[in-house]
Design a protein around this ligand. Sequence first.
Ligand code: F6R
Length: 359
Amino acid sequence: DKGTYPHYMLKEIDDQPAVMRKLVQTYFNDAGEIDLDSDLLADLKAADRLYIIAAGTSYHAGLVGERLFERLAKIPTEAHVASEFAYNTPILSAKPFFIFLSQSGETADSREVLTNIGEAGYHSLTITNVQNSTLSREATYTMLLEAGPEIAVASTKAYTAQIAVEAIVAKALGEANGTDAASQFELANQLGLVANGIQALVDQKEVFEKIAQDNFVDQHDAFYIGRGIDYAVSLEASLKLKEITYIHSEGVAAGELKHGPIALIEAGTPVIGLITQSKTASLTRSNLAETAARGSHIMTIVSKSLANVHDDIILEDVDETLAPLLTIIPAQLISYYTSLLKGLDVDKPRNLAKSVTVQ
Ligand code: F6R
């Protein structure tokens, strides 16, 4: 039920702080420790490499997961598009473990991979929003996203919930492996900060409505750029925009702009820089300036500790690895308002289905 909301998408964007808190309640015990199935943890510990398999937005959550698992658990991790992995399977490591990310739990492309790896005898975890969904039943283990029903075709709260659950699994595995990065990472506390940071963003909707009106509604192209984990979010931000506004948009690794995409920059083309990683912040700023010199309209989404007076959207500070949970929110809201202002069907964009059950 969307209650008093005009669209499911807006409600689901607003649900995100509560989902973050629910995940802390669900997966942490009273002592503040993560409650993970012990067989699952043993399987994860035995693995020499994690393969995250997903499609669309869930794949983008998997790209963030690569960084979370490598940083917190120190285990090599690869995210793959399910439809590619199914028919062009890479050479696997000696002891692979598979993680399927799927809001619906019904995506046929992911199911094809799960069938194949199950036949090969490998174990798997499905992280899904739908209990008893096909991918849940067919995997060895399931963890739920606890996001509540997601009705809008454009995925929002499932993406942030997937990232949070990946962080929970990564911390649990890292602690089991004895990594300092995991034991020193105060995840429950951080997810509380994330919930507050999301709330601060969804409380300023008029800011995003104005950006949509002034800088997006009349455009035919848009670019989100970033490096590392910010690049992973750029891909999702760009997908959100194209799905519901039909504006052509690309997420570009900031350093790649000059190797091609910069040719598309025209007067007024929006280029949004995502800047949450201290190591690469100044490089991304230089890449933004290169597009501004060609007439783009640049905007920045920046963590408070890296921000200056010229930045447009400031995010509350959270641990850098969890920044995607905040960075995506302005992009979700800008897409929502652009779609609304263009008079489009926000919740049911053309040509798309909520659950894709064909390959
Ligand atoms: C994007 C979107 C799709 C889905 C994709 C995977 O907003 O909704 O890209 O993310 O079809 O769906 P699930 O997660 O159900 O496997």
